[in-house]
Design a protein around this ligand. Structure first.
Ligand SMILES: Cc1cc2nc3c(=O)[nH]c(=O)nc-3n(C[C@H](O)[C@H](O)[C@H](O)COP(=O)(O)OP(=O)(O)OC[C@H]3O[C@@H](n4cnc5c(N)ncnc54)[C@H](O)[C@@H]3O)c2cc1C
Length: 461
């Protein structure tokens, strides 16, 4: 793939970091594009000034733990233990209400949208009020295939509820709850779907490369149609490799149906850490070109490093970064994997809509800069949005909202009961351990914002 090396990408991030210093923030870095005002009270302060006092305190607490290795290791072990079946009363959030309350205030509210529809709607409104284009909402349930432990963990597996076929309770429950989520979406919001949340009949079919059960196909069709009716998008999450080829196939079929009339309703997710990603993406670009539909391309690095077969994944983090940047920047230049560009034999570039889901400042800022520059120069590009997870990389998310070119920024938030969200929370904690530098930077920014507010309080006395 095209070699967008780390040096050029990092220098853009350094420039941006300088531009974020309060006294030097430029009014507009590109002529002809507006500079969006932050939704907060103080335009000169750090991007974090829009956080409420409660959210700032919670972020400080989780950041303090995440940036202290011993505390983080203890937190990961604790969260992983809470996820296990058959834990004792004291460590069971379904029975120990004091523990549930504490976990909800300190951890759940930082990373998750809500346990009920009302709580989730309130979180989504807060996101919009802070300036985000919308919320990406996702149900917590999923099935993870642990290649190392040779285990599959997911809903319906403990009870063996669906092994007898004929009945489809897990699919029906997933359909109902996903449709509840769809009801919460308004224009600009997005639904992220984890297909493996629908239970063992679905995961068995995905793993075997067989057709999904008819009730699941009907459910996906109903959800796609509802999203289209509400002008929202349906993002199909990428999951463990065991299931991913099946997921890709279903996603392409839905795109064929729903992305044909100039709107991209359905997105597949491409994991840059996989050595096989360029081949899968090239196949899907060809399908979009031949089928005349828009390819919804959500790009991530990949979240299943700890459980996936290691040989499937790039050998180094740098290789994953290069693969991510090559696809992001290539798509924005409409020149990628033999599509677009001037090389002999290159096929035309199909219609693509890009969503860059990442907390990596270098990748995100390089993409935003390239996109704004190409728009300014009247060069071909593709529409792009940016997404970060709720409770993570707020400096980047709020910083993006201040940049010229009015980038579309989304926060992605998980909803479900505290118990359902524990696995998700454990993964977020592990992710923070793997991104130690970023976690420390975020903690420093949060402390600086807290000091700024304290100094203001004393200065006004
Ligand atoms: C909105 C949103 C939606 C997401 N949806 C999905 C999804 O559907 N499916 C999914 O799998 N993930 C998803 N993720 C998670 C994502 O894949 C990453 O795990 C996470 O965002 C961290 O990567 P990063 O780009 O933010 O940046 P970074 O922190 O710079 O990158 C960390 C990532 O680099 C890779 N990496 C780390 N070490 C190595 C190594 N030694 N060798 C090779 N690669 C390495 C891993 O992918 C790791 O997660 C989503 C993330 C966001 C923000």
């Amino acid at each position: 793939m095209a070699g967008f090396r780390s040096g050029a990408v990092a220098s853009i991030a350094r420039k941006w970091l300088c531009a974020q210093s309060p006294s030097r923030a430029p009014a507009s870095r590109h002529s002809g594009v507006s500079h969006r005002k932050p939704a907060g009270p103080d335009n000169d302060a750090s991007p974090l000034c829009v956080l409420s006092a409660g959210a700032l305190c919670r972020s400080l607490l989780t950041s303090a733990v995440s940036s202290t290795p011993v505390l983080l290791t203890a937190a990961i072990s604790f969260l992983s233990y809470l996820c296990r079946p058959g834990r004792p009363f004291l460590l069971d959030v379904r029975r120990n209400l004091a523990l549930a309350w504490l976990m909800k205030q300190a951890v759940y509210k930082q990373f998750c949208a809500g346990e009920t529809l009302a709580e989730t709607r309130a979180t989504m409104s807060r996101m919009r009020a802070m300036g985000f284009r919308g919320t990406i909402i996702t149900l917590a349930t999923e099935t993870v295939c642990d290649h190392h432990g040779n285990r599959v963990n997911g809903p319906g597996l403990e009870s063996g509820a669906e092994t007898g076929a004929v009945m489809y309770p897990a699919i029906e429950s997933w359909r109902k709850r996903t449709l509840e989520a769809v009801q919460m979406l308004s224009e600009g919001d997005q639904l992220a779907v984890k297909m493996t949340g629908a239970g063992p009949l679905v995961t068995d079919a995905l793993a075997a490369g067989k057709a999904l059960p008819v009730p699941m196909l009907d459910a996906l069709d109903e959800i796609g149609a509802q999203c289209k009716a509400q002008q929202a998008q349906m993002l199909i999450d990428a999951e463990s490799q065991l299931f991913q080829f099946g997921i890709f196939g279903v996603g392409l079929e839905l795109m064929q149906k729903y992305n044909g009339d100039g709107h991209a309703v359905i997105y597949n997710t491409y994991q840059a850490y996989l050595k096989s990603m360029p081949a899968s993406l090239a196949e899907h670009l060809a399908a979009a070109l031949d089928g005349g539909f828009i390819l919804g391309l959500k790009l991530v690095r990949g979240a299943y490093l700890a459980t996936e077969k290691r040989s499937l994944i790039h050998d180094t983090k740098q290789d994953t970064d290069d693969a991510y940047n090559a696809v992001a920047l290539g798509a924005l230049q409409q020149c990628l994997l033999g599509f677009g560009g001037t090389d002999t034999g290159a096929r035309p570039f199909p219609s693509v809509k890009l969503l860059l889901a990442s907390h990596n400042k270098e990748s995100v800022l390089a993409a935003h800069e390239l996109h704004t520059r190409r728009l300014g120069q009247g060069l071909k590009t593709v529409p792009v949005g940016f997404a970060q997870l709720q409770g993570m990389s707020d400096t980047l998310s709020f910083g993006l909202l201040r940049l010229s070119g009015a980038p579309e920024v989304y926060k992605c938030s998980t909803w479900g009961s505290l118990d359902e969200c524990l696995g998700y929370l454990a993964r977020r904690a592990a992710e923070n351990r793997d991104a130690a530098d970023r976690t420390r930077d975020e903690y420093s920014a949060l402390k600086a914002e807290a000091w700024r507010r304290l100094r203001r309080v004393f200065a006004t006395r």
